[in-house]
Write a protein that binds this ligand. Structure first.
Ligand code: ADP
Ligand code: ADP
Length: 217
């Protein structure tokens, strides 16, 4: 469960990016964070992953007060997360397979099991036939799917993606959303930010709307 209670975030330059934000996303729920550019969506997601800390209020993830974690505990918190953030670049000098393998290597996974997991992750995003390819040869939508495979290969219980469909044509954006829904359907808690209202239409999942740092719906 992810719970914000009267959370405000003021950046060091004095700008208040979030003001008095409260909401709860239950375990296994899928929620979309919608709002204009600059509304505070990225800030909100960064607070959940303890990339930033709130100025006031509490951010609780799986019963832990993320803002009060000491630095040594942050990596343990992050093991719960698959993160798809725009500043996480693919490694263009490695293959698709190696890009997804890397997080497992870092956590010291035994190699045979790792290979199986990488293939399973690539299969889930429809990239198994591209495992030997270099990321540069993939389309924009395929590169985004690769980022998702890399995020979920460690089987996180919470998947967080910041504007995963930006820069994609609507057709590809819908494919990406379908992939997130498939993880939601197997019990993963999914939080996705988007400024694209077209993507929200006709979908039953929860929508949280931010405007100028405040939750308006
Ligand atoms: P969104 O993801 O909805 O576009 P952000 O959370 O990225 O919104 O940004 C919200 C506001 O906070 C913006 O006005 C942005 O310029 C500002 N902001 C973001 N990061 C910083 C920072 N490190 N220092 C100062 N202001 C920031
Ligand atoms: P998009 O319509 O998203 O831009 P592309 O036209 O770039 O997609 O790519 C269509 C297909 O061609 C994709 O499957 C992609 O992997 C493949 N492809 C694109 N560029 C290259 C390349 N330089 N070398 C090999 N395959 C490529």
């Amino acid at each position: 469960m992810i719970s914000f209670s009267e959370v405000s975030k003021r950046y060091p330059n004095g700008f208040e990016a979030l003001r008095n934000v409260s909401f709860t996303v239950e375990t296994g729920e899928m929620a979309l964070i919608n709002g204009h550019s600059g509304a505070g969506k990225t800030t909100l997601l960064r607070l959940i992953a303890a990339i930033e800390r709130s100025t006031t209020g509490s951010v609780i993830v799986n019963g832990q007060d993320v803002g009060r974690l000491n630095d040594a505990a942050v990596p343990f918190l992050r093991r719960n997360f698959g993160l798809v953030f725009q500043d996480q670049k693919l490694l263009f000098d490695r293959s698709v397979f190696e890009n997804v393998l890397l997080p497992l290597q870092i956590s010291g996974f035994e190699s045979k099991a790792a290979v199986r997991r990488v293939r399973a992750a690539l299969d889930k995003v429809g990239l198994l036939n591209k495992e030997k390819a270099r990321p540069i040869t993939l389309s924009g939508g395929e590169q985004q799917r690769l980022c998702i495979a890399r995020a979920i290969v460690s089987r996180p219980s919470i998947l967080i993606a910041d504007e995963p469909t930006s820069n994609l044509d609507m057709e590809y954006a819908k494919d990406i959303m379908a992939i997130f829904k498939s993880f939601h359907q197997v019990g993963v808690t999914v939080l996705i930010s988007t400024h694209d209202v077209e993507l929200l239409g006709g979908t039953p999942q929860r929508i949280l709307t931010l405007s100028h740092g405040e939750l308006t719906g």
